[in-house]
Design a protein around this ligand. Structure first.
Ligand SMILES: Cc1cc2nc3c(=O)[nH]c(=O)nc-3n(C[C@H](O)[C@H](O)[C@H](O)COP(=O)(O)O)c2cc1C
Length: 187
């Protein structure tokens, strides 16, 4: 039997989503936040969107820098996700305090997170407001990924790179590699 919900104060029925650290260099400082609300938007040109609440400290970094990086975390990095997503750059230097190793991007000034298995380097193309969040649309100028993370078709090796999935309410899980199946439609 279906349960119907119309009081949507806790609207989080769409998880799991993968977790990325999203951030930028702005005003001589680097800040990242954990971000589960993100999506690819276009292949050609390659566009990727991240949703950042207006009240986040990071909001001004993305706006001010006009660029950002999206750094996907593995299952082993749930603590880093919790730290970057439950504390604010307003109160502390998260990169320094949580010893987040950075590496240079190849196409923009903002750094990537060294321990992410894949990082997107984005130039800000557009910002649109949707309720209490803003959609930051980035044109992906470059992607850096761990050598063994993706096969020749670009499919993630989940056995060696279990992705970090967020279920909401501070719960994390990963994908079970044994369930991997390539499924094609019958003719
Ligand atoms: C797993 C996880 C995912 C999150 N996803 C988002 C998101 O997609 N957009 C957003 O605005 N905040 C998201 N948050 C909340 C921010 O990461 C959090 O408010 C963070 O402390 C903001 O940091 P800042 O103040 O340094 O910008 C998420 C938090 C967690 C723990």
């Amino acid at each position: 039997m279906k349960k119907v919900v119309t009081r949507l104060e806790t609207f989080q029925y769409f998880y799991p989503y993968t977790v990325a650290l999203v951030g930028a260099l702005w005003n001589g400082r680097v800040n990242f936040l954990s971000c589960a609300w993100h999506t690819a938007l276009s292949f050609q040109p390659p566009l990727f969107g991240v949703l950042v609440a207006k009240k986040r400290f990071s909001h001004q970094f993305l706006t001010g820098a006009g660029e950002f990086t999206v750094n996907f975390l593995g299952y082993g990095q749930s603590k880093l996700s919790a730290r970057m997503g439950r504390t604010s750059g307003r109160d502390r230097d998260k990169v320094k305090d949580f010893k987040v190793a950075l590496a240079p991007a190849v196409s923009i000034a903002s750094p990537v997170v060294a321990e992410a298995y894949v990082s997107l380097e984005c130039k800000l193309a557009e910002v649109r407001t949707f309720g209490d969040h803003d959609l930051f649309v980035g044109e992906v100028l470059a992607v850096q990924h761990d050598g063994g993370a993706f096969d020749s078709q670009g499919v993630l090796d989940t056995r060696n790179y279990p992705p970090l999935l967020y279920l909401g309410s501070d719960f994390y899980i990963t994908a079970k590699p044994e369930t991997l199946a390539r499924v094609l439609p019958d003719d």
